[in-house]
Design a protein around this ligand. Structure first.
Ligand SMILES: [Zn+2]
Length: 168
C-alpha cells in the first residue's frame, strides 16, 4: 500500500503484532521515500448472512440504525449507541466464524440493549421476536422484573415514561 503522507508506493513493515485478542494484525510501516511511519490493521471481514442467503459486511452503523429506531424518545445518547454497536461486534466476532447469520446479530443486540434501556429493549424484542400479544410483552416484563439488580431500574423507567406522557 502507498504512504499516506507522500503517496510513495514503496513502504516496508518494521513491526508486526497481533491485536484485539488475535482478531487483527497491526503493522507498523515505514516509507522509504519520506521516512514517515504509519500503522495498518488487518482483520478478517465479518460477513452477515441474511435470511434470503445474501451476505453483506457486518456494519456497526446498521446496528446503530436499528437500535436508534427502538430508542426514539428515550434518553439514549450516540455514545451509548456506539458503545453498544461495539459490544455487538465484539460478541459476534468472539464466535470466531467469518460468517454470522443475521438473526445472531439480532440476538447479540438484545442483551446489551436490555442493560441500556428497558423500554427500547422491549420495542426491539417485540419486533425481533415477533411478539404477537400483550401476554408476550407481559412475559418479557416479568422477566425484566425478575432480575433483582434491575428491578429498581425498571420502576424508574416506567415512572419516567409516564412523566414523559404528561409533558407538553
Ligand atoms: Zn512517504
Amino acid at each position: 500500500m502507498h504512504c499516506p503522507f507522500c503517496k510513495n508506493e514503496d513502504t516496508r513493515v518494521v513491526d508486526s503484532r497481533v491485536a484485539d485478542e488475535g482478531q487483527a494484525i497491526r503493522r507498523r510501516r515505514s516509507c522509504s521515500e519520506c521516512g514517515r511511519r504509519f500503522t495498518t490493521v488487518e482483520s478478517a471481514v465479518l460477513a452477515v448472512v441474511k435470511r434470503n442467503g445474501v451476505t453483506e459486511p457486518f456494519s456497526r452503523e446498521k446496528v446503530m440504525l436499528g437500535v436508534r429506531r427502538a430508542c426514539q424518545g428515550r434518553q439514549v445518547d450516540e455514545d451509548s449507541l456506539r458503545q453498544l454497536a461495539q459490544q455487538v461486534e465484539d460478541s459476534v466476532r468472539a464466535s470466531g466464524s467469518a460468517e454470522i447469520p443475521s438473526n445472531e446479530v439480532g440476538l447479540a443486540i438484545l442483551q446489551p440493549l436490555r442493560e441500556l434501556d428497558e423500554v427500547a429493549y422491549l420495542r426491539f424484542a417485540s419486533v425481533y421476536r415477533s411478539f404477537e400479544s400483550v401476554e408476550d410483552f407481559q412475559r418479557e416484563i416479568d422477566d425484566l422484573r425478575a432480575l433483582p439488580s434491575r428491578a429498581a431500574n425498571a420502576h424508574a423507567t416506567v415512572g419516567s415514561a409516564a412523566e414523559g406522557v404528561d409533558r407538553p
